[in-house]
Design a protein around this ligand. Structure first.
Ligand code: ARG
Length: 429
């Protein structure tokens, strides 16, 4: 039935196009297996008809119009382009800890950000939510990608991370004589209800699509705790209230249990990291539909590489405190049915390795289908982009990934996608 409607709507659009004398430049993908993420099913021998950037029809018995450019993926499994809801395209893991802090500026990060964008796209991640940059570089990057000047994923950006003085969002552990911050106006350190409200307005004014704030301490900064709250309930409430006035969603960096609960209470759309979830936090997330965007691959990379990069031992120790606990929390959240998106913190580990988290998500409690849904359908829902991305359906962007091997028996095959298309354009084949 659905199929027939799809065919009918395609024919209507197609003939309408011809009627006004437009040239119908159609791409037809023959998909051997297509994952219908909305229903969690596998469809076989499907045809995807694409016109320009948009998918026009999907179905088993669609006629391929004459003159269409046919892409034969009949020996492959085809999925929607992936969505990573936690990346930092501005910045990377390369280089020594102190050197990066003291000898580099956001200009260095700005010059190289396009490389990270390309790596992410080639990895099959056609949409990202960028949750922390410097100097509004992510806005410039997003605009350049949208203008077609640079290849990269579609971006939703938070611009910079709003944090309190001495928090994970402020650089701590250095002499007070060393000011490593941005000029005050561009710094995202804000204290008190009035300042956080003003900061939200300021970021939205200059291009933030989503707001990110630090509810708790973190790992890769030098505070003593990983999880202590770093804003009061009033400040968190004010951030969410203000963003909501602008129709903007909020996400919160939160490792610690109390901070997680405070952020959920404030009304955030997603908890980032979510390392120390207890039963009450899980129940609150379920009740309110709060997403968990947990970077559960990250620990492997940090433990293996960060001492070599000159990171202080206390940071490594904090990682060891949180790594396993976070994965156990993830497993509990999966079991309880918390909404989960696929957020990796790429930038903390190398850009383009985003798909490495698939195997971790399966190891820690998801079925391969659930992991795929997290990286497509759920990510789109969290972004509020359900109509545009995250599913292969009429009206959505033609963002498509394909792999020859079977991802449902081994999700790690996504680490090397055989085919990547974004907006009808093939980037990798
Ligand atoms: N940006 C995060 C932080 O510094 C990274 C946490 C990485 N560790 C982890 N187990 N997920 O807090």
């Amino acid at each position: 039935m659905i199929r027939r409607v799809l065919i009918a709507s395609f024919l209507a659009i197609f003939t309408a196009g011809l009627a006004v004398g437009q040239e119908a430049q159609v791409v037809a993908i023959k998909a051997g297996r297509l994952i219908d993420v909305e229903n969690g099913r596998i469809l076989t021998n499907q045809v995807i008809l694409i016109k320009g950037e948009i998918i026009e029809a999907v179905g088993a018995d669609l006629a391929i119009p004459e003159g269409a450019n046919v892409i034969d993926l009949s020996d492959a499994t085809v999925v929607p382009g992936f969505i990573d809801t936690h990346v930092h395209l501005v910045g990377d893991t390369e280089g020594n800890y102190y050197e990066t802090i003291f000898r580099k500026s956001f200009v260095d990060a700005a010059v190289t950000a396009h490389i990270n964008a390309r790596k992410t796209l080639d990895a099959g991640f056609t949409t990202v939510r960028d949750v922390g940059d410097v100097g509004f570089v992510s806005v410039a990057l997003k605009n350049a990608i949208n203008d077609g000047k640079i290849p990269g994923p579609r971006m939703v950006t938070a611009t910079c991370y709003i944090g309190s003085t001495g928090s994970h969002g402020d650089l701590v552990g250095f002499s007070p004589w060393l000011d490593t911050n941005m000029p005050p106006e561009m710094s995202c350190v804000a204290d008190g209800v009035d300042e956080v409200r003003a900061k939200v307005r300021y970021l939205i004014k200059y291009g933030a699509d989503v707001i990110k704030f630090g509810a708790s301490a973190g790992v890769l900064s030098e505070e003593a705790s990983v999880g202590a709250p770093q804003y009061s309930q009033e400040e968190m409430n004010a951030i969410v209230e203000e963003a909501t006035l602008h129709g903007v969603k909020v996400c919160a960096h939160a490792h610690g249990t109390e901070a997680i609960k405070m952020a959920i209470r404030a009304g955030v759309a997603s908890i980032e990291h979510g390392s120390m979830l207890d039963d009450e936090a899980i129940a609150m997330m379920k009740e309110r539909g709060t997403y968990l965007s947990a970077d559960i691959y990250n620990d492997d990379y940090i433990v293996a590489e960060y001492l070599k990069l000159g990171y202080p031992q206390k940071i490594i120790d904090k990682e060891k405190l949180v790594g396993r606990v976070q994965r156990e929390s993830f497993r509990k959240a999966v079991k309880a049915g918390v909404k989960i998106s696929y957020g990796t913190d790429a930038g903390v580990y190398p850009h383009g390795w985003n798909a490495k988290q698939f195997a971790k998500m399966v190891e820690w409690g998801m079925t391969p289908m659930q992991a795929i849904q997290a990286a497509t359908f759920s990510g789109a829902d969290l972004l509020g982009w359900q109509d545009k991305v995250g599913a292969i359906k009429p009206g959505a962007y033609a963002d498509i990934v394909a792999v020859r091997k079977d991802p449902l028996s081994d999700v790690s095959v996504f680490e090397k996608p055989d085919f990547v298309m974004k907006g009808g354009k093939v980037y990798k084949r």
